[in-house]
Ligand binder design. Structure first.
Ligand code: FRU
Length: 496
């Protein structure tokens, strides 16, 4: 039975969603049908297609009682919109269906596992949320919530765990048929930890162990975990709240954290060896991954950050976008990420310039546009070793988004100060990069109408930012302090 709340959301998105013209949305980054979107949810394969759900409040451009929006895709780039999948319509999730995951069941149905939120008064008389884990089963379109919900609640927590911050189950099924879920929680020191649960049928769950914990070192509450093997290592992703700045690796506020280590399920569990940020830009949070049938581990993130959500144009019919889906790998103990190779199918009109001497500012024939996949390779030239190198994109007389490299500091800076955001929030982010063995720096820049994503040296670092530059601002130029040699390869991205 479809609830009134869900039917109302579906009617609303049917009525108003189609009014948003395509040109007012990104060309290939996911946006909500109408209204607000945050975290990706249930990113997984079902019936041979990729499904993506998202945290959704259709009725305004602000966060509100969470629904799950829904889309699917055959290639991660072009998406078909589907009706809203979940609505906050029961006593255990009436304050929101928070983030979670999805898995295909052996009987051909699809199971969603999510956090149900209900409001209660605490001992001080204040309202507080109680978070439990719930499931719903369906056919890829319509889902029935399980009558025994919730399937995990306060009694399933380890000692010291929090029933208020207990959310974002990411579920997967192992080859032996066992289901696992990692869930964010807060330990007795009030900082985050990730819990592992196990189930034979995805309905009855038992606590296995704490996989890792912040110990107040990497932020407070750890949200939206994911846990998977990759290239011989084990990876734990999470998005911590209330981080403090650590060098150029972590910025203050809501951040992203990638822990790389070893995993011994019978013995010590997860042992972390390397710690890094996931994305070094301004707008990235709560990523989730899937394992594609061809073996690729693919990640998608909310290309926004809680600390930047106030900075939007006055009136938006949609708010929130997803990053381009990214293929993950581990090299030399680091997480690498590159746009899914399917994006290359949409490349048209290749323009290539090689060995261009840059000294001062340079414009090149054919190098412009706002739907762009461009790779720029920079290397030293002559005696006047360049001190800085800038790439300007989405540029006109008033606007300019700048990617600046300082070889002496080994930093790359993404600067969207003049990218049309009408708020005085943080607009620049710097992070460490290192040249390739041959002394070159290689930057792949993906531009859509409302974003820029930069991938450094075949994905060793990634940095994303939302921009609101008017679409006519499509100039691109290059500038060096000193002299540098540069190769540029640029494609138009075309989605007819
Ligand atoms: C992360 C998050 C999740 C929660 C959801 C609510 O962005 O705070 O922890 O499930 O958003 O919309």
């Amino acid at each position: 039975m479809r609830s009134e709340t869900l039917q109302k959301a579906r009617d609303f998105e049917n009525q108003y969603g189609p009014h948003i013209p395509d040109e007012e949305r990104p060309a290939f980054h996911v946006t909500p049908t109408i209204g607000w979107m945050n975290d990706p949810n249930g990113f997984s394969f079902y019936n041979g297609e990729c499904h993506l759900f998202y945290q959704y409040h259709p009725y305004s451009d602000e966060w509100g009682p969470m629904h799950w929006g829904h889309l699917k895709s055959k290639d991660f780039i072009r998406w078909e919109r589907l009706p809203a999948a979940l609505a906050p319509d029961t006593d255990y999730d009436g304050s929101g269906c928070f983030s979670g995951g999805a898995v295909e069941l052996p009987d051909g149905r699809q199971l969603l596992m999510y956090t149900g939120v209900r409001r209660e008064r605490n001992a001080d008389g204040f309202f507080q949320d109680v978070q439990t884990q719930c499931i719903a089963v369906g056919d890829g379109l319509d889902y029935e919530k399980y009558e025994g919900n919730p399937v995990l609640d306060a009694k399933d927590l380890p000692e010291g765990g929090s029933a208020v911050d207990f959310r974002d189950p990411k579920i997967w099924r192992e080859e032996d048929g066992t289901y696992y879920a990692v869930i964010g929680n807060r330990a007795s020191d009030s900082s985050g930890m990730i819990l592992l649960y196990r189930s034979g049928d995805a309905v009855n769950w038992e606590f296995v162990r704490v996989l890792d914990a912040s110990g107040n070192q990497y932020g407070k509450m750890w949200e939206c975990p994911d846990f998977f093997p990759l290239d011989g290592s084990q990876v734990l992703l999470t998005s911590p709240q209330e981080m403090v700045t650590v060098g150029l690796e972590f910025h203050a506020g809501h951040g992203t954290l990638c822990l790389i280590g070893d995993y011994d399920p019978q013995g010590k569990g997860f042992v972390r060896k390397q710690v890094q940020a996931i994305d070094y830009g301004l707008d990235f949070y709560a990523p989730q991954t899937l394992l594609a049938p061809d073996g690729r581990r693919i990640m998608i993130g909310w290309m926004q950050n809680w600390n930047t959500i106030g900075a939007k144009p006055d009136y938006c019919r949609w708010f929130g976008q997803m990053s381009v889906p990214r293929e993950l790998s581990i090299r030399d103990g680091r997480l690498f990420q590159m746009p899914v190779r399917e994006l290359e199918k949409y490349r048209r009109q290749r323009i290539s310039h090689r060995n261009i001497l840059v000294c001062g500012e340079v414009n090149l024939p054919g190098i412009c546009g706002r739907l762009v996949d461009m790779t720029v390779t920079i290397r030293p030239a002559g005696h006047d070793f360049y001190r800085w190198f800038r790439i300007h994109v989405a540029k006109d007389g008033e606007h300019d988004t700048i990617i600046r490299y300082r070889p002496d500091q080994g930093t790359l800076k993404l600067d969207r100060t003049r990218s049309g955001l009408p708020y005085d929030i943080v607009h620049t982010r710097s992070f460490l990069v290192r040249p390739l063995a041959n002394g070159e720096l290689k930057l792949r820049i993906i531009l859509d109408r409302f974003s820029v994503e930069v991938f450094v040296n075949d994905g060793e670092e990634a940095a994303s930012a939302v921009i609101y530059t008017r679409k006519e601002a499509e100039a691109i130029s290059f500038e060096a302090g000193g002299t540098a040699l540069m190769d540029v390869e640029k494609y138009e991205l075309v989605f007819e």
